[in-house]
Design a protein around this ligand. Structure first.
Ligand code: SF4
Length: 373
């Protein structure tokens, strides 16, 4: 892992991003904002899943006015997503938005941007310069000599300069492409050219499973290079799925703790139990434990030496070939045989359990670890 890229700390409602703050997960409500009851229900589910910032689309004044009602019913900062009509940004800010996302591809007139900036300053809210490969400003869009990533970077730098000329520096930047390599290049380049917090993400990722992989690859590469302050996994799926995948990406890099990490073998001809069923059951039961904020130690491990990215590791192995080896590196492990499994805790064999009782036994032992301080 590279050292984290240094960025400016920015306040969004009651949350700080950039600087030394943890990398936070964000998502977006996927129902019309004016239908505020459904939006609130969706955001509450996102909060429960571990989402730290949420965005809503503002298409008209009714959407902008709904922000006030939504804000009063949720706990996490709310971002208004504005395109085309600068007056909607004004309305959303006055309704209580904690941050505004502007698209330089469709809100660019100097006087209009100035009006938005002045109000953001008065209300102490930041602006995300949100570039998308599908709506690059015309100046760069048709420039055949520029690669897609460079078009985004140049357009972002121009817009940042416009905001800075108005003495405004509460800025977050995103440069989203649907292509993984373009996204990686765009963020690498912008990270060299500015020190504003970066909101990482791709856009239009396609079929859900492909979107998960594309996001994991692009965001994984960038985060491992120390680039990124907040992430959004864009999926054509329920928003909670976006948060769940974002959690896996962060925890796999040791950048967040959201519950124990389950290590399981892929199974093979040696396996005599249904590993897939056992792991799935374990995952769902352990997921019921509420999400824990990124950057903090998982509560069950408070006071213990850091183990596996401070989140606890649970290994489920199909046989004794790799079982004892993985057990050495796990807080809790089981290596299955024919009708029973060998249970290890902190690298030590503790008992044999029947395969049918394995999940219950693992959960029982895990809860003992969790209550120990
Ligand atoms: Fe096969 Fe054993 Fe390896 Fe699992 S741990 S994949 S059962 S050899």
């Amino acid at each position: 892992m590279n050292k984290r890229h240094k960025t400016k700390e920015i306040k969004i409602g009651n949350l700080k991003i950039g600087g030394n703050n943890p990398i936070v997960i964000q998502s977006m409500a996927k129902v019309p904002t004016k239908d505020y009851r459904r939006v609130i229900a969706q955001i509450r589910k996102l909060e429960k899943e571990g989402c730290s910032i949420v965005r809503v689309a503002v298409k008209d004044e009714e959407d902008a006015h709904a922000i006030l009602k939504i804000k009063n019913a949720i706990r996490i900062p709310l971002v208004a997503d504005i395109h085309f009509n600068w007056k909607l940004a004004i309305c959303a800010i006055k309704s209580g938005a904690d941050k505004i996302r502007l698209n330089p591809g469709n809100i660019y007139k100097k006087q209009e941007v100035k009006e938005i900036v002045n109000l953001c300053r008065d209300y102490s809210i930041p602006i995300r310069v949100g570039l998308n490969s599908g709506s690059i400003p015309k100046t760069f869009r048709y420039n055949a000599r520029l690669r897609p990533a460079l078009k985004l970077v140049k357009a972002a730098l121009d817009y940042i300069k416009l905001l800075e000329d108005f003495n405004f520096t509460d800025i977050v930047v995103s440069l989203k492409c649907s292509n993984v390599l373009d996204t990686i290049e765009a963020y690498q380049k912008i990270a060299q050219r500015c020190s504003y917090p970066l909101h990482l993400g791709l856009t239009a990722t396609g079929f859900t499973e492909a979107g998960k992989i594309k996001s994991a690859v692009a965001l994984g590469v960038l985060l491992s290079q120390g680039i990124g302050d907040t992430i959004r996994v864009s999926l054509t799926d329920e928003p909670q799925q976006e948060v769940m995948i974002a959690k896996y990406i962060l925890s796999s890099l040791g950048l967040g703790s959201f519950g124990p990490e389950i290590i399981s073998c892929p199974a093979c001809g040696r396996t005599e139990v249904d590993i897939e069923k056992i792991v799935s059951e374990l995952h769902h039961k352990l997921s019921a434990i509420p999400a824990w904020p990124a950057g903090r130690r998982y509560p069950c491990l408070a006071g213990r030496q850091a183990l596996s990215a401070s989140q606890g590791k649970l290994a489920v192995m199909g046989c004794v070939v790799n079982g004892p080896g993985e057990a050495e590196d796990a807080d809790l492990a089981i290596a299955f045989g024919k009708k029973e499994g060998l249970l290890y805790k902190n690298s030590k064999f503790i008992k044999k359990v029947s395969s049918a009782q394995a999940v219950d036994e693992l959960l029982k032992e895990w809860s003992k670890i969790c209550t120990r301080t």
